[in-house]
Design a protein around this ligand. Sequence first.
Ligand SMILES: [Zn+2]
Length: 252
Amino acid sequence: MTKYDVPDSESTVEKKLYQHGTLALLVPGLLRGTLTMQQLLQHGDTGIGTGEGLDGELIILDGKPYQVNGDGGVNIVSGDFTMPFANIHRAHYRDLMDLSDLPMDEAYQRIAEKVCAENTFYSIRMSGLFSSMTTRAVRKSEPPYHTLVETAEEQHVFKAENIQGTLVGYYSPEVFHGPTVSGFHSHFLADDHTLGGHILDFSVAKVHVKVQMFDTFEQHLPVDDDEYMQHDFSADDVGSAITRAEGQTKKD
Ligand SMILES: [Zn+2]
């Protein structure tokens, strides 16, 4: 595959990325959980997100919602667990490529060059051996919530070497920086559940990469949340705060 190419045989639902909330609403600290996991799972079986008050980092694999909490522990959350932000889709990945011995930026660049779809959304699923993996997770905070940048500064960072696991990531086009982080946003779960969370950095030892292209981005907003509905975003420096707190690739 060398260009944006969604086979006709794939159903509409498999070409759709569903998002609840925006990264922008996390910036001023609108961290209330506004969707339950049970509601989210109606839109897919694979995804990433965060809990109320940035309660850990979520990775949904094969319909199972794993939470990596602020202490690095991994557990499955219940259906009534709530989130301010999440991405999910119905998995229908296709093989893309094998990668070995590469740092994160080069791995993402090779993938982006091969997929060649800078202006649409797609998901990657990368499984295998990582020579290093650095993740973060945040401990749940209570209202009044701090801003995203303040909260991210209190993040707990976890590191491992030679670790086997799965990365789920989403690529978002540049113009969607704000609702999402442009470029790649990826979460990780080790096969043995000893490490996981929002990825800050990694190096590939030997992994297989799969890709799933989307032609539809469904943006669901928390319209029942008065704080969100009444918030004035004009004073929030959304773009640079997202880059600082969520960015994984340096975009020029
Ligand atoms: Zn994340």
